[in-house]
Design a protein around this ligand. Sequence first.
Ligand code: ATP
Ligand code: MG
Length: 234
Amino acid sequence: MLTFVLPIYSIDKNMISCKNITKRFGNLEVLKGIDLSVSQGEIVAIVGPSGAGKTTLLQIMGTLDKPDTGEIRYENMNINQLRDKELAAFRNKNIGFVFQFHQLLPEFTALENVMIPALIGNKKFSEAVKQAKEILDFLGLSDRLEHKPAALSGGEKQRVAVARALVNRPLVIFADEPSGSLDTQNKEELHRLFFDLRKQFNQTFVIVTHDEELAKLTDRIIHMKDGKIGKDFG
Ligand SMILES: Nc1ncnc2c1ncn2[C@@H]1O[C@H](COP(=O)(O)OP(=O)(O)OP(=O)(O)O)[C@@H](O)[C@H]1O
Ligand SMILES: [Mg+2]
């Protein structure tokens, strides 16, 4: 029985796995052989000094950039083998992003901003409206649907950005300094939201952060320095 159970656990364990990821920009070796796995439902923090390569790693794990060498697998799929168009479709369906500055489109309302990834994913307009409203409602924004970003507070803008990341029910959300531009109260609310989303939807997060309070709350802290990860850093 045990031999049967163990392999199933190990598949679940490595929802995302990176093997020996390297990346250089010109002469600068930014990632020097990163091995990292993330399980479903896990909230992982990546911490480390400025220039350590955190954003570069997040962008590569999130398929926005390509490694020079190494392999990235989502469940059992090697994404290095996907062509650009397939990769874009994979990203739209499976990956959500939250950045330090919300990056909402200023000409569109909160509802429209959240609908866009669903429409790109070929959802019917009515279905996109429904899904966007549901998720905005869950994030306590149902009375802000028609506001454009300029008419939202910093905390509200960031919650709309989280809603946009969630609308296609992605496997994983990558967040790069998500609370870096928020005041203490909004920051704490956003952090609480991540853990609520994990509880409700088993949502997986990989979060780059300088915020020690947030890092301490996560399941695992990955320390990064000079393009490497290791327990001894930080
Ligand atoms: N597109 C690029 N072209 C050239 N160099 C780059 C590029 N992107 C990043 N770098 C360099 O790679 C190194 C790592 O950058 P990265 O943005 O990953 O760091 P970081 O750990 O996210 O830092 P921070 O905490 O300041 O955001 C830095 O020295 C940076 O200048
Ligand atoms: Mg960065």
